[in-house]
Design a protein around this ligand. Structure first.
Ligand SMILES: *Cc1c(COP(=O)(O)O)cnc(C)c1O
Length: 445
């Protein structure tokens, strides 16, 4: 598979080049030249095929021969080695629980796959150029969950340094511990600003000539193809379980609702669908950061400064991956509208939903899942013959500061959180200034 830049001003790249670079030199996002079609047999017999094999068959066309088959099989097995259950919540709504990985959020899947691919390429010794240290520096901005997943995925990977920028005071305490307590090759920068500031600083770093002469920088944000593409896996795992539930028996494909921030996750789902996975409709559920819901109304794409909400991993004012969704639909808005809707949900409604669903069913939603649940419920009220699932993107305990007061319940801490909650935070505070980031990178190289 070859990848082109959506800005069309850069040479086409291999999977390896696209993974190492993250973003194309013209600052466009990489996009696969063709959308591979999944073997019909994979869909028709999916309930008899293991998750490892599904994942391997889905990703293989995107990787080609750039990673040996045994190696790729090992990487996908390690990527999906935790449960991803589809849990019915009501008669017409199920929850795809993506939070059973090491950092309790869906980003574990993409981060585990990407870190293993990059580690492999660095070991092969062809990643960096002369004049650089031989190490790769992964630079990543996080609104909450990316940091922990990337830190965990890359922890102790030889030849890779990780620098994580996060907005001070705007991530939950569990999230902060997950990205500031590892040490070794993981460095956390606490930025006195917003997620958009962090993302802006990271973007600027990639274009700074001096920095790029001395360091080999790459991104681990959801724009990286090695993070984006493996997110397709669990849409297939969902379907495998869906067809065995009362909702899916009879062959009606699900409506899938995805709590969205940077739109990488939902974009992977749409890609899976275009490769042959049956899905009736996609809903991007947003919080007050409603650039895409507004676009769907007006066809005007107007990025805004991010506003802080209780579903903080979705506080994105200019979602990077939306351009990939437009590309998947060849920029044709009528086709897009047929398959894709987007709904904005307030914090107040999110809290009410958490409480209402808990009281009625005993199911505990995290704030992101609650945004997804309510958007799906609203859509199904308008489409009574349909049934669907939402992606429960994080474990509620990651947001216990929000969830516990709403439910008047304590959420028991999983072992992985108990192990880090009392460890001291190790971070370096900086202002939202590119110069301060640059200083840090050059002195710590
Ligand atoms: C990152 C994140 C999202 C948003 O995912 P995108 O791929 O950026 O749209 C939603 N929920 C949680 C819990 C997240 O960590």
């Amino acid at each position: 598979m070859k990848y082109y830049s959506l800005h069309k001003q850069s040479p086409i790249a291999s999977f390896k080049e696209a993974t190492i670079l993250g973003q194309a030199p013209d600052k466009g996002l990489y996009f696969p030249e063709t959308i591979p079609q999944i073997d019909k047999d994979l869909i028709n017999n999916i309930e008899h095929i293991s998750n490892e094999e599904i994942a391997f068959r889905v990703i293989k066309p995107y990787v080609g021969n750039e990673i040996k088959e045994e190696e790729l099989m090992r990487i996908v097995s390690e990527t999906v080695n935790f449960p991803i259950p589809l849990v019915p919540v009501t008669d017409n709504i199920s929850s795809l629980e993506l939070f059973h990985g090491p950092t309790l959020a869906f980003k574990d899947v993409g981060a585990r796959f990407m870190s293993r691919c990059l580690g492999q390429f660095v070991r092969e010794g062809q990643a960096t150029q002369s004049g650089q240290t031989g190490k790769v520096t992964v630079l990543v901005a996080t609104s909450g969950d990316t940091g922990g997943a990337v830190a965990n995925g890359f922890y102790d990977v030889e030849g890779v340094d990780v620098v994580i920028l996060y907005p001070s005071g705007k991530v939950s305490s569990v999230q902060e511990k997950q990205l500031t307590t590892l040490g070794k090759n993981i460095h956390a920068l606490e930025v006195n600003g917003t997620f958009d500031d962090c993302q802006q600083m990271v973007k600027q770093a990639f274009t700074d000539a001096e920095l790029n002469k001395q360091l080999f920088l790459t991104s681990a944000n959801s724009i990286n193809v090695a993070r984006w593409l493996p997110q397709q896996f669990y849409y297939f795992f969902a379907y495998k379980q869906w067809i065995c539930t009362p909702s899916g028996v009879g062959g009606q494909p699900p409506v899938i609702c995805v709590p969205s921030g940077n739109f990488g996750n939902i974009c992977a789902g749409i890609l899976a669908h275009m490769s042959g996975l049956p899905v009736q409709h996609f809903i991007a559920a947003c919080n007050a950061n409603d650039v895409v819901p507004n676009y769907m109304q007006s066809q005007q794409y107007q990025p805004k400064a991010a506003v802080a909400t209780i579903s903080n991993a979705m506080d994105v004012g200019n979602p990077s991956n939306f351009v990939r969704i437009l590309e998947l639909f060849h920029q044709q808005v009528p086709q897009l509208k047929e398959k894709f809707s987007s709904i904005s949900i307030t914090d107040e409604a999110t809290k009410q939903t958490m409480k209402r669903v808990f009281d009625a069913t005993g199911y505990t939603l995290d704030p992101h899942g609650a945004v997804g649940y309510l958007a799906l419920e609203q859509y199904l009220q308008q489409h009574q013959a349909s049934k669907g699932m939402f992606l429960e993107t994080a474990h509620p305990v990651k947001f216990y500061d929000v969830v516990e007061p709403v439910l008047h319940q304590t959420i028991p801490l999983p072992e992985s959180v108990k192990a880090i909650i009392d460890l001291p935070k190790q971070s370096t505070c900086i202002d939202p200034s590119f110069e301060q980031l640059k200083d840090f990178l050059l002195t710590n190289r």
